[in-house]
Design a protein around this ligand. Structure first.
Ligand SMILES: Cc1ncc(COP(=O)(O)O)c(C=O)c1O
Length: 325
C-alpha cells in the first residue's frame, strides 16, 4: 500500500506474488474439473452404414472432434496456444486475444478466453456463417469483418496489422504460424487415436486448414508407426464451400504446413462433401459440417482400394448445426 506516497519496499511485488500463488492454487484445485480438462479425449466412432460395401476386413473410424466443448477440433490448438502464451508471458492479464479465424478457432478462443478472463477480438471474412457469428457474439467477442473475396488471407493480414500497431494491447497467437497449434495434435489427438485403435491404425486422412490437425497428428503417428500412410485433403478449387479448409495452390501457405508428411494429396468437391455430410447425418446419426463430410468422402475413397486389416482414421471437425441447410 502507498497511503503516504511512500512505497513500502516489496509491497507491490509481494501482492503480485501472493495473487499469482492464489491463482496457481485455484488452478491446481480446479484443474481436474476445469473447462480446459474437458477438451480432447473425444470418442472414436466406427462408420458403419455410411461405409457399407467396403472390402472385407477394412475398417473406417472417425474421431468425433465436434464433441469438444466448443464444438470443434479447434478447441485443442486454441487451448494449447493460450497456455503457451501464458507460460511465455506473451499473454498477461488485461490483454486482448486477437486472431484471424474462419470461426471455429474463434469460438474456442472466445470460450476459453471467457473462462480465463481475457477479452477476444477476431478478424473474420464477412461471409463466415451467421450461426458462428451469433455464437461468437454470445461469448462477448468483438468481431471485425474482412473482405470475403480474400477469404481467411484477408483476415490474417488485418489481424497482423492490428497487432503490429498495438503489440502491448494484444496477444496474437497467429494460428497459421504457431507451433503450439500442431503440437496440440501431436500430444493429444494422435496418442488418443493410437490408443483407441490399439495401434492398429494404418491410414490417416485429414483436410488442411491451418494444417495443424494433419501435421501434428501425422507427425506423431508416423513416429509411432513408420509404415503409416497419411493422406492430406484439400478443396478442389479456390472458390469452395468447405469452411475451415484451404486450397493450398492459391492460398497463403501456413508457416506450420509440412508438405513432406503426406504420402498422397487428394482434392474433394464441395458437392461430394455436402452429399457425404447428409449421409453421415441420416445414416450414421452424425450431424457434422462440410469439412467432416469431405474428410469422410476422401477416407472412404481410399478405404475402397485397401486390403484386409486396413484401419483408416479421419476427423469429424465440427458439428453440422453451425451451417445452413
Ligand atoms: C470446420 C473446420 N474443418 C477443418 C479445419 C482444419 O483444421 P486445421 O486448421 O487443423 O488444418 C478447420 C480449421 O479451422 C475447421 O474450422
Amino acid at each position: 500500500m502507498d497511503l503516504l506516497g511512500l512505497r513500502a519496499p516489496g509491497d507491490e511485488a509481494d501482492k503480485k506474488k501472493m495473487s499469482a500463488c492464489v491463482l496457481e492454487q485455484e488452478d491446481q484445485l480446479d484443474s481436474a474439473h476445469s473447462l480446459a480438462a474437458s477438451i480432447g479425449h473425444t470418442p472414436l466412432v466406427r462408420l458403419r452404414n455410411s461405409a457399407r460395401g467396403l472390402p472385407a476386413g477394412v475398417e473406417i473410424y472417425a474421431k468425433a472432434e465436434h464433441l469438444n466443448p466448443g464444438g470443434s477440433v479447434k478447441d485443442r490448438p486454441a487451448l494449447a496456444m493460450i497456455l503457451d502464451g501464458e507460460r511465455t508471458g506473451k499473454l498477461q492479464r488485461g490483454m486482448t486475444i486477437l486472431d484471424a479465424t474462419s470461426g471455429n478457432t474463434g469460438i474456442a478462443y472466445a470460450m476459453i478466453g471467457a473462462a480465463r478472463g481475457y477479452a477476444v477480438t477476431l478478424c473474420l471474412p464477412k461471409n463466415a456463417s451467421p450461426q458462428r457469428k451469433r455464437i461468437l457474439r454470445s461469448f462477448g467477442v468483438n468481431i471485425i469483418e474482412t473482405d470475403p473475396l480474400q477469404a481467411t488471407d484477408g483476415a490474417q493480414l488485418l489481424a497482423r496489422r492490428m497487432f503490429l500497431a498495438e503489440p502491448g494491447k494484444y496477444f496474437y497467437p497467429d494460428q497459421y504460424n504457431n507451433e503450439a497449434n500442431w503440437r496440440a495434435h501431436y500430444e493429444g489427438t494422435a496418442p488418443e487415436i493410437w490408443d483407441q485403435t490399439e495401434g492398429r491404425i494404418t491410414h490417416f486422412v485429414a483436410g488442411l486448414g491451418t494444417s495443424g490437425t494433419f501435421v501434428g497428428t501425422t507427425r506423431r503417428l508416423k513416429e509411432l508407426k513408420p509404415t503409416l500412410r497419411a493422406v492430406s485433403m484439400q478443396p478442389d478449387s479456390p472458390l469452395h464451400g468447405l469452411e475451415g479448409l484451404k486450397h493450398m495452390g492459391t492460398a497463403m501457405v501456413p508457416g506450420i504446413y509440412d508438405a513432406t508428411l503426406a504420402d498422397e494429396n487428394v482434392a474433394v468437391t464441395t458437392e461430394d462433401a455436402q452429399a457425404m455430410q447428409k449421409i453421415l447425418a441420416q445414416q450414421d446419426g452424425l450431424l457434422v459440417g462440410p469439412s467432416s463430410g469431405a474428410n469422410v468422402f476422401a477416407a472412404l475413397q481410399l478405404a475402397r482400394t485397401l486390403p484386409r486389416e486396413s484401419v483408416v482414421v479421419t476427423i469429424l471437425c465440427d458439428g453440422g448445426e453451425r451451417y445452413n441447410e
